[in-house]
Design a protein around this ligand. Structure first.
Ligand SMILES: [Zn+2]
Length: 246
């Protein structure tokens, strides 16, 4: 696990490739230095995912369902233990490892949020047009360099979205960093897309994956392969919603 978490240190270089993968044009095979990855993880994650798995429906229990589907597709070693079985006295919980599981999940959620804030703040500083969006494409709030509320946490289902982003981390198709979506597309063009709700639902499911894997997510995504049609993270995020034709 320690080796796997070190992947977080390579976040920037890995996400560059993520950009290529997530872009509208399918990227050619990318050769990456994977020495930091445990061989066991490589084998389990390179296995062909179960194509019968549908995208995770959004609603109550969506995070647990995403976890279950990833576990069912060989990612058990990369995920925190389930924290659902925390019944009984506090002593029982501590004895059964529930505290460690809760801490693991909490740390990864924090990493996801931290990455989202970093990406949001960098995009705002670069002059990108950043807003918080609900999953139907309504703007909940706008961010600006002068605002002290750029790191405000909102409840419910939403993502930060930064448009007209000129950094190398953004591509026209868009890429999720924690809960922040960077794209070079213009806000008006993007929000006017007829399938906007589907696209946002797809990207939101990637935030669920970030919350489950923390800084391990970019590495795990790469190992799952740059063919979206067999990448378990794209499959569970919804291939059709993401605009992939398989
Ligand atoms: Zn995707």
């Amino acid at each position: 696990m320690a080796a796997f978490r070190r992947v977080g240190l390579f976040l920037r270089s890995l996400t560059l490739v993520l950009v290529l993968v997530e872009g509208a044009t399918p990227a050619t095979a990318v050769v990456l230095p994977l020495a930091a990855q445990p061989q066991a993880a490589l084998h389990s994650m390179a296995a062909t995912p179960q194509r019968a798995v549908a995208q995770v429906p959004l609603g109550e229990g969506e995070l647990a369902l995403m976890r279950d589907l990833l576990v069912a597709n060989g990612l058990e070693n990369q995920l925190c233990d389930p924290v659902g079985q925390m019944a009984g006295s506090l002593a029982d919980v501590l004895r059964s490892g529930g505290f460690a599981a809760a801490r693991c999940a909490g740390e990864r959620s924090y990493e996801s949020l931290a990455q989202g804030r970093i990406s949001l703040s960098q995009a705002v500083d670069l002059g990108s047009d950043c807003v918080a969006l609900d999953l139907t494409g309504n703007v909940i709030k706008s961010y600006s360099p002068e605002s002290s509320e750029n790191s405000a946490v909102l409840s419910g289902r939403w993502i930060n979205a930064c448009f007209s982003d000129t950094s190398i981390w953004a591509q026209r198709g868009g890429t999720m960093y924690g809960n922040t979506f960077l794209t070079s597309a213009a806000q008006d063009d993007f929000l006017a897309r007829p399938e906007i709700a589907e696209v946002l639902a797809h990207e939101y499911r990637h935030t669920l994956q970030w919350r489950l894997l923390g800084y391990g997510f970019p590495g795990a995504y790469l190992i799952a392969g740059n063919n979206a049609c067999t990448n378990i993270f794209e499959i569970t995020a919804g291939l059709e919603d993401g605009g992939y034709v398989c």
